[in-house]
Design a protein around this ligand. Structure first.
Ligand code: GLU
Length: 563
């Protein structure tokens, strides 16, 4: 306890100052230590967190840091929790916290405890900073008692005046050393001013010197030397709420976080955080400052920007209908250099099986590459069985593409059979990177869309006469046997083709082109155009099987009539 001689002989102490500022606070730091004891986890278990501020949507960079935090905790059988950092009420957007957690969940990133949006769970809460005012006050009260913090009465005018003077005399701006005016106010004077209701904030009394370097170890960057902090930062604002720098170190301590993964933009304030931990006598967690995700813009690297790049918001991937595990897969591929090699061997395994390591992380700042996301998405959708992709497409479409959803629901079994084409084989088709890609590609299977499609001129080969096309189609209509397997069906198609002067193979045609109208490929194309309205489609045999005899007959007759 620091004893001071007060005005008019009144004995003022740091204790009195602390009491007048926090008259209702009776608990101590020891009480908090007991209330939030160290976690009982196995050695090496990492306690990580994602601590968003409710100021907007989930940024792709934040998805990256939370994915890593989740992974590090899971890999080490630790705990990953979420905390809402809502101390900046001016920047807060109502409902943003809930949305952030919803978006995180959409990517399969589920916290073990913490702020879950509409509720909270876990023994280390509350997990919303605005609900932790009492905890911060207990710590600040103790800091005032220990002369680690003090009230500051400087007005914003006084502060900007001082800043101007500092700029003129070319010294480092800020509230530090000789410029930390209120540091030098005797505590009994401070006591009086508070009694007189003068507004104040609470500042940390930094023991640092900006000519000193501190040594820190970043889990990705290794040993680093940073300039020591000497700024008496504000830890409690005049509204009684703590600032981020202070609040998050108190939270990380009492939530027993031992590994912080966050964006590298926080590296510059790390000296403040380390100093606060040291002053309070607490062990700081390990820090991993993750490289930012950049974007190549006209040959220049720049940060992925909320304003310019739609993919900077994770909602982009949700709304477009990406299989969201593809985004996680992509993010792991930029996180660890050995990931892609692992993935090539383990495509159908859960990403949980991959062992992440900070040491394999590149510091260059990855370039966001949407083509690569699309590549992973195609691969992943290609691996899903028909039932699964159908169900997932339906769930997505119900929220984002009503027309598509009603098409699927009009006959779910039919949709599954469409999605089953060229699936479950060694080399499945990989034509979709999003669920939204499916709709335009499969619409032709549905009669109304087929009619619409065939309203415009059909893309038949102009070198083949209409009469030949008509006769060929008539023959196919009569001769198609739905019970044949793919091989036999194709053999039968060759026979039909021969009857209309189409060579049964490309080779034969090439040898004597003058003898034929075309080859079997040209013949199949006639059928393809008639059934799908397009020259390109998946395997014709399966299309015919899916359409079934009735629709098959309808379409052929319909086209013949149009010719
Ligand atoms: N609330 C901070 C943010 O939204 C978190 C910083 C940290 O993880 O320490 O950026």
């Amino acid at each position: 306890m620091v004893l001071l001689l007060g005005f008019g002989g009144i004995m003022a102490t740091a204790h009195e100052l602390a009491n007048i500022i926090f008259p209702d606070i009776t608990d101590t730091i020891d009480d908090l230590e007991k209330q939030f004891p160290p976690r009982k986890l196995k050695t090496g278990a990492m306690v990580t967190r994602f601590a968003p501020s409710p100021t907007g949507f989930l940024h792709t960079g934040s998805l990256f840091t939370s994915l890593i935090a989740r992974k590090v905790a899971s890999d080490s059988q630790g705990v990953f929790f979420t905390r809402l950092e809502d101390t900046d009420s001016k920047r807060e957007i109502v409902g943003a916290g809930n949305l952030l957690l919803k978006e995180l969940k959409a990517f399969g990133i589920e916290p073990d405890e913490g702020y879950l949006g509409d509720q909270q769970c876990g023994d280390y809460g509350p997990y919303v900073q605005s609900q932790r005012a009492n905890i911060y006050k207990i710590v600040i009260k103790s800091m005032i008692e220990r002369d680690l913090a003090y009230p500051c009465f400087c007005t914003s005018e006084e502060l900007s005046e001082m800043r101007n003077r500092q700029e003129q005399s070319k010294v480092i701006p800020g509230y530090y050393g000789p410029y930390a005016h209120c540091r030098f106010i005797p505590q009994e004077e401070a006591l009086e001013r508070i009694k007189n209701n003068e507004p104040y904030v609470i500042r940390f009394k930094s023991p640092g010197n900006h000519n000193h370097k501190i040594k820190v170890i970043d889990l990705i960057r290794g040993k680093m030397e940073l300039t020591e902090n000497d700024q008496d930062i504000i830890i409690m604002k005049s509204d009684g709420l703590p600032t981020y720098h202070f609040a998050h170190i108190v939270d990380d301590h009492f939530m027993r976080t031992n590994c912080v993964t966050r964006g590298e933009e926080w590296l510059s304030s790390l000296p403040i955080h380390i100093q606060l931990f040291e002053s309070l006598g607490w062990e700081a967690p390990g820090y991993a400052h993750l490289p930012v995700i950049n974007k190549l813009d006209n040959g220049n690297k720049r940060k992925l920007s909320k304003r310019k790049d739609p993919e900077a918001a994770v909602s982009f991937f949700i709304e477009k209908g990406y299989p969201l595990e593809a985004v996680n897969t992509y993010l792991l591929s930029i996180a660890n250099s050995n990931f892609e090699e692992w993935w090539a061997q383990n495509k159908s395994q859960s990403l949980d099986q991959f062992k992440f390591s900070f040491s394999k992380m590149s510091l260059d700042g990855a370039l966001f590459d949407l083509d690569k996301v699309n590549y992973f998405a195609k691969e992943i959708l290609g691996l899903l069985d028909a039932e699964t992709i159908s169900n997932r497409a339906l769930i997505w479409a119900k929220s984002y593409y009503a027309d598509f959803a009603s098409l699927i629901e009009s006959n779910f079994v039919y949709f599954v059979s469409i999605m089953g084409i060229e699936r479950g084989i060694a080399k499945p088709r990989k034509d979709y990177s999003t669920f939204s890609d499916i709709y335009p590609a499969i619409k032709f299977f549905y009669r109304p869309f087929y009619i619409e499609l065939t309203n415009s001129e059909l893309p038949f080969n102009p070198n083949i006469e209409s009469l030949v096309i008509k006769e060929s189609l008539n023959d196919v209509l009569k001769a198609t046997d739905f019970s044949l397997d793919e091989h036999d069906w194709f053999e039968s198609l060759k026979q039909i083709a021969s009857r209309h002067q189409f060579a049964p193979s490309g080779k034969l045609y090439k040898a004597n082109p003058a003898d034929y109208v075309g080859n079997i490929g040209d013949f199949a194309e006639i059928l393809r155009v008639a059934l799908t309205g397009s020259r390109q489609s998946p395997n014709l045999y399966y299309i015919i099987q899916v359409l079934g005899p009735e629709e098959f007959a309808f379409r052929i007759k319909y086209v013949i009539e149009k010719l």
